[in-house]
Write a protein that binds this ligand. Structure first.
Ligand code: UD1
Ligand code: CA
Length: 462
């Protein structure tokens, strides 16, 4: 322990070298994504909240893709386990990185993405206040399946853990199982070298440390903590989708508690990094992805997908709209059936309506493009009215060019703006015009052929 003002020192070890044969996959198990992040990233984020002095990740030998994919929170080290000789061997491998470390070593499995930091904190407090050499978290499993069973003596003291494969029928019926979360002090760590090979599986089981501690009379504790859902170990793809669903629901619940409303939670997907302001209402079948930020008092109607975008306060995103890498609002409205492609900035109180596509364009305050329009590579000022069927012709087959439409312009329906071109302030463009030259401020531009009304000739008889 350090000085009294400093919290006791803590190292975390994440076991992640297993082959994951049950996933039937070419990629390491812990790199499978659940809720948009690799399994192991969820675990690292959670243990990161405990502010450990260091986290050691035990990986297989070919670990450079994993090292690159992981975003560490705090100091992180990797230990390569050459052969997957079991969980005890994996922890021994990690200890090579912790030779001079004296504090508590928290061990978790890399395949348990649902772990909750508060439960781990509670666990560490129990471990420390009871001055245990070894502690672990157990839980009551609805179906104990492949988990290790906890065997206790009549007084409830932990005796040993028996793995499913080695368990008798009677032992298999035990529902209290090992979560794979352990806390070790030095004396218990020194038992690792005494663990014998399990011949059935050809592995060294970390779970055997419980029996060794009990035989040696080390103080140990097995704590029934948390909810079964926190400890799901993902070994199969079925468990992967179970974990996804738990994370999805957990995230929705958090947003509900922070003042967001959902019409139907069963079909809404909100990725982990997304934020949503209070009093926002979200309809069914909405996907909020990447770094999206939704402001306060917004409404997101059904069938909307928003990726890496900012929707400012009081905006409305109407039905069946796709928004990518863009900014909307405040108080703006987009959709129904609109597509904002990357680099679009829709200003305050602007309206982008039915079947309108916007790309890499700025749309000023109060501007309206309500129907059947393509605005690409354009800078549109404020209070512009863009008529139905307007198209910026931004591509000449070789290069993209910009269109500038200054504030207060009226663009009549069915206009083509052939870029590069500029339409000056308060100019007026007649319907059906093809604008190929700049329009000075305040001018009217019309390019259509004058209408001729030709009297119909009487039909000749054949
Ligand atoms: C393990 C426990 C079991 C517990 C369960 C909780 C053992 C023997 N059993 O079983 O009691 O109920 O977790 O989920 O520990 N790993 C390595 N190197 C290896 C082998 C495994 O790093 O050589 C890693 C895996 O990547 C995985 C973790 O250790 O993240 C657990 O291994 P796994 O094979 O999934 O163990 P389980 O059979 O689930
Ligand atoms: Ca597992």
């Amino acid at each position: 322990m350090g000085s009294s003002s400093k919290s006791p020192s803590l190292a975390c070890v994440v076991l992640a070298a297993g082959l994951g044969t049950r996933m039937k996959s070419g990629i390491p198990k812990v790199m499978h994504k659940v809720y948009e992040r690799p399994l192991i990233q969820h675990v690292l984020d959670t243990v990161g909240r405990l502010k450990p002095d260091i986290t050691v990740v035990v990986t297989g030998v070919k670990n450079s893709p994993m090292r690159k994919a992981i975003a560490p929170s705090g100091k992180i080290a990797f230990a390569a386990q050459r052969q997957q000789k079991g969980t005890a061997h994996a922890l021994t491998t990690a200890m090579a990185r912790l030779r001079s470390f004296k504090g508590t070593v928290l061990v978790v499995n890399g395949d348990t993405p649902l772990l909750v930091a508060d439960t781990l904190k509670k666990f560490l407090r129990l471990h420390r206040t009871n001055r245990n050499s070894l502690s672990l978290i157990s839980f009551d499993a609805e179906d104990p399946g492949a988990y290790g069973r906890i065997l206790r003596d009549p007084e409830g003291k932990p005796l040993r853990i028996v793995e499913n494969l080695d368990a008798s029928a009677g032992e298999r019926a035990i529902r209290e199982v090992n979560s794979g979360v352990y806390a070790f002090e030095r004396p218990a760590l020194s038992l690792l070298k005494e663990i014998k090979l399990n011949r059935k599986k050809g592995e060294y089981y970390l779970t055997d440390v419980v029996e060794l501690a009990s035989v040696k009379g080390l103080s140990s504790g097995v704590y029934l903590l948390g909810d079964e859902k926190e400890f799901l170990g993902v070994n199969t793809r079925e468990e992967l989708s179970q974990a996804h669903e738990v994370l999805r629901k957990r995230t929705l619940k958090e947003w509900i508690n922070r003042g967001v409303s959902f019409v139907d939670t069963s079909s809404v997907h909100i990725e982990p990094a997304v934020t949503i302001g209070g009093d926002t209402l979200i309809y069914p079948n909405v996907y909020l992805q990447g770094s999206t930020k939704i402001g306060r008092a917004c409404t997101v109607y059904p069938n909307v997908r928003i990726i890496d975008s900012v929707i400012k306060d009081g905006s409305e995103i109407k039905d069946t709209t796709l928004i990518e890498g863009s900014t909307v609002g405040p108080e703006a409205s987009v959709g129904p059936f609109a597509h904002l492609r990357p680099g679009s900035r829709i200003g305050r109180s602007s309206k982008i309506g039915n079947f309108v596509e916007v790309k890499a364009s700025t749309i000023g305050k109060g501007t309206k493009a309500m129907h059947l329009t393509y605005i690409g590579d354009a800078d549109v000022g404020s209070d512009v009215n863009i008529g139905a069927g307007t198209i910026t012709c931004n591509y000449d087959g070789m290069k993209k060019h910009r269109t500038k439409i200054e504030s207060g312009v009226f663009v009549g329906s069915d206009t083509q703006l052939v870029a590069p071109v500029r339409v000056g302030r308060k100019a007026y463009i007649g319907a059906g015009t093809t604008v190929t030259r700049d329009v000075p401020p305040g001018h009217l531009a019309v390019s259509r052929a004058p209408q001729k009304n030709i009297k119909k000739k009487r039909k000749r008889k054949r």
